[in-house]
Design a protein around this ligand. Structure first.
Ligand SMILES: Nc1ncnc2c1ncn2[C@@H]1O[C@H](COP(=O)(O)OP(=O)(O)OP(=O)(O)O)[C@@H](O)[C@H]1O
Length: 468
């Protein structure tokens, strides 16, 4: 019988062991299908180092990968042994790693200059880089590489993820997060785990999390912008207390911005986070648009970065399986650390129950063309109820099954739409079943006991899934 959470992957086919010799500046690229896994070792007793998206591999240690498309790069040449069968594997000679390293060195110079300034002055603020571009051009990968390099240099970057449609960074999909990275990243897990999900061999990072609950910013631009503003305020005040992070600066990953329609949003992010460098990947057009838009700003550099030939388009089912795996891991852990979530029952009619839903206003977009000339989309949204809506107990029905629910920091009884729309997240629940007859909601919770009397927020993203 398959126990929930324990059927994570098939066992590794240890009969297949490949050895790959890499010359300096070569990259071993591999893809592992969902439900299979491979183990890679940097061969012990041989010379050479290797890194996975900026994080160095230890010699002889087994690293297990499942459901991923990734690459191991070497500056020196190295030998890798691979146990199992990757669905794709090859050695690439052309990579943009030297450009990425040069970018890191340029940022590091600015960090050194920032460290030389008195802590309370503006000069003490390190570089703040924003990575933008179309889908699957390597924005997240470059964010990982820059983060990995700056950690190896003894720095403490603040990493911000604004991409709600992806797999999530230190949290579930559908969230925006900020975390200070002061310790090594996880080779297998990229940005690693937060203590909200599972204990980990790698030191945990404590992220600030906001649940947006929609796939793209377009669904709720107004709330998305407000969350960005809240996060910018929180990040800035954190940096004032942590001079190491302040000197290191920000690395910001974004959703896919591939044309001029996102110009307003990009400008908003640039202004809120006081961005100093905008790096564009994979779109000459977006690069030129940004050059024009920020030509008057002397303190903002606009640069173009090459996309790695290893970046692969990930189809919709693959992305869905990555999202599902992240949520599953939040509740059940992984094969290194299995967790046992608890099933908790919530009374829908209890006074402490307050469930809100995020509103997707993208359906209003089709009406924009009927607006009077001079009025834009914002005039369609008039009150707080346009971004989040409180559900009456009678409205809670089976359409909310198999969705993620955020437990917010704001108390259920004090929660108004404004507080709910802007509140940070304590943790997540997963709705298993809604019994409309018995007026109960059965949820999966990472901790035992009663669900705290906090406002709960359910979104449309991540989309429904079966956690078995
Ligand atoms: N050099 C490489 N070799 C192999 N795979 C790579 C390489 N660089 C990136 N990838 C893979 O390509 C995929 C897309 O990269 P990434 O997630 O960084 O793009 P993105 O622009 O952030 O995507 P999105 O728009 O979905 O956020 C990922 O699975 C990543 O691991």
């Amino acid at each position: 019988m398959a126990l929930p959470g324990l059927d994570v992957t098939d066992s590794i086919d240890s009969s297949t062991i490949l050895t790959r010799e890499l010359k300096p500046n070569q990259e071993f690229r591999f893809e592992v299908a969902p439900n299979t896994s491979i183990t890679i070792r940097l061969t012990a007793g041989t010379a050479g180092t290797a890194e996975l998206f900026g994080t160095e591999l230890s010699k002889g240690l087994p690293y297990t990968f499942t459901c991923c498309k990734s690459a191991i790069y070497t500056w020196t040449g190295c030998s890798l042994s691979i146990e199992g069968s990757p669905s794709v594997e090859y050695i690439a000679e052309e990579t943009p790693m030297t450009t990425y390293l040069n970018l890191h060195i340029a940022l590091e110079k600015l960090r050194v200059a920032a460290s030389d300034c008195p802590p309370t002055t503006e000069g003490a603020q390190g570089p703040r880089i924003l990575l933008i571009g179309p889908p699957d051009v390597g924005k997240t990968t470059v964010a990982k590489i820059l983060t990995g390099y700056s950690i190896r240099q003894g720095r403490k970057p603040m990493v911000i993820n604004l991409d709600t449609g992806g797999e999530g960074v230190l949290s579930v999909p559908g969230t925006i997060t900020a975390a200070s990275f002061g310790s090594v990243m996880d080779v297998e897990d990229g940005f690693g785990n937060s203590p909200m999900s599972a204990p980990s061999a790698i030191p945990v990072k404590l992220p600030l999390v906001y649940y947006y609950g929609l796939e793209t910013p377009e669904g709720g631009v107004r709330r998305y912008k407000r969350l960005i503003s809240r996060m910018a305020v929180a990040v800035n005040s954190r940096l004032e207390e942590d001079i190491e992070s302040k000197n290191t600066g920000l690395i910001i990953d974004t959703p896919s911005f591939d044309n001029q329609t996102n110009g307003d949003l990009i400008s908003y992010i640039v202004a809120e986070f006081s961005i100093t460098t905008i790096a564009i990947l994979g779109s000459e057009r977006l690069y030129n648009t940004m050059l024009k838009s920020f030509s008057a700003s002397t303190n903002i550099n606009v640069i173009k970065l090459p996309t790695s030939g290893g970046c692969v388009d990930r189809d919709v089912p693959y992305k869905k399986s990555l999202r599902d795996a992240t949520v599953k891991k939040y509740f059940f852990g992984d094969d290194k650390c299995t967790l046992s979530p608890y099933t908790v029952s919530i009374e829908l009619d209890s006074p402490g129950f307050s469930l809100w839903e995020t509103v997707d206003s993208s359906s209003d977009k089709k009406n924009i063309s009927f607006l009077p000339i001079g009025e834009d989309e914002s005039s369609l949204q008039t009150g707080e109820d346009d971004v989040v809506r409180k559900l009456a107990p009678g409205d809670v029905d089976s359409r909310f099954e198999n969705l993620v629910v955020a437990v917010l920091q704001v108390d259920a009884k004090d929660a108004g739409a404004k507080e709910v729309a802007e509140s940070a997240v304590l943790g997540f629940l997963f709705v298993q079943e809604i019994d409309e007859k018995e007026r109960r909601m059965k949820v999966l919770s990472p901790v035992p006991g009663r669900v705290p009397s906090k406002a709960l927020l359910v979104g449309k993203w991540p989309d429904g899934m079966f956690l078995t």
